[in-house]
Design a protein around this ligand. Structure first.
Ligand SMILES: Nc1ncnc2c1ncn2[C@@H]1O[C@H](COP(=O)(O)OP(=O)(O)OP(=O)(O)O)[C@@H](O)[C@H]1O
Ligand SMILES: [Mg+2]
Length: 267
């Protein structure tokens, strides 16, 4: 159960078309895209994730917030197969991904944009985007994917021939998301996309994220900018030292005084 010192909120997220789920016993509902069930991940003796359960409905934005070291990035790494959990399940469209190699998870259109942008600085915008599509299918319908991505991110069309390393920080972050979109993700996991960006660019990133769901992509969004994350997500989970301490509709969390004090900087 959620060790939830914060009362008064409905937890956990209730997908619009799914049966209601309970903490530690997330949905067995068929409409959920992703169901993480009692996941435990350790680095040696460090228990980074300790029994996390969460649900991501199809084509929804779900936010994961929490302080430094709470285990947010580790959770994303476990879902994408970079680290292996020692207990628990990561059910994606009903299939447990635990133990699958990263490339097989990518092929299932679970795409992870890690902390830091990981652009190939000495390659152009266009080359970076093509690499994003390559991971999935080698060659093929690259051109229509490019058009789709340029329509979503017009600034990249203008900058297609520019070296990625010469883009501004915000443009690089947009390129990182665009590159992931080239793989046509069904589940896109973004780790701190607003990190280090000026407020105007932060708003631009958060304006883009909900639009991705129109393409049928669900977004699991890790953010320290809790306010922006809660504003753009439908559901949210608060992680504290490897555990979910609170979850629910993002709008409810945004309004909760306890969340405001702990995560939104309210006096
Ligand atoms: N490769 C690693 N080896 C050992 N310990 C690690 C490793 N990566 C993370 N940890 C530890 O696991 C815990 C969770 O780290 P994680 O990076 O998942 O947190 P986070 O919530 O993403 O934090 P931040 O907001 O600072 O990015 C921390 O105590 C961290 O020190
Ligand atoms: Mg992190």
């Amino acid at each position: 159960m959620a060790a939830n010192g914060i009362g008064g909120l409905e937890g956990p997220p209730k997908p619009p078309t799914a049966a209601r789920t309970a903490p530690g016993n997330p949905g067995r509902s068929s409409s959920s895209l992703l169901e993480v069930d009692d996941l435990h991940v350790s680095y040696g003796r460090i228990r980074a994730v300790q029994g996390v359960s969460l649900t991501v409905p199809d084509a929804a934005v779900v936010a994961l917030i929490g302080a430094n070291g709470a285990g947010k990035s580790t959770l994303l790494r476990a879902i994408s197969g970079i680290v292996r959990p020692h207990r628990g399940a990561v059910r994606y469209l009903g299939e447990d991904l635990v133990g699958l190699p990263v490339h097989q998870i990518v092929r299932r259109r679970v795409i992870h944009v890690p902390e830091g942008r990981g652009m190939l600085a000495r390659m152009t915008v266009l080359e970076n985007l093509r690499l994003g599509g390559f991971a999935l299918k080698g060659a093929g319908h690259g051109k229509s994917d490019l058009e789709r991505v340029f329509a979503l991110f017009p600034v990249l069309r203008e900058r297609r021939a520019q070296l990625a390393g010469s883009l501004s920080g915000g443009e690089q972050q947009i390129l990182a998301i665009a590159r992931a979109m080239m793989a046509r993700p069904r589940l896109l996991m973004l780790d701190e996309p607003s990190l280090g960006l000026a407020p105007l660019l932060v708003r631009e990133i958060f304006r883009i994220i909900p639009r991705l769901t129109a393409e049928g992509t669900a977004v699991l969004l890790v953010e320290q900018n809790a306010r922006m994350a809660l504003q753009c997500a439908v559901y949210a989970y608060v992680l504290q030292t490897g555990r979910v301490v609170l979850s629910g509709r993002a709008a409810d969390l945004l309004a909760a005084p306890e969340v405001q004090h702990a995560y939104l900087g309210a006096g």
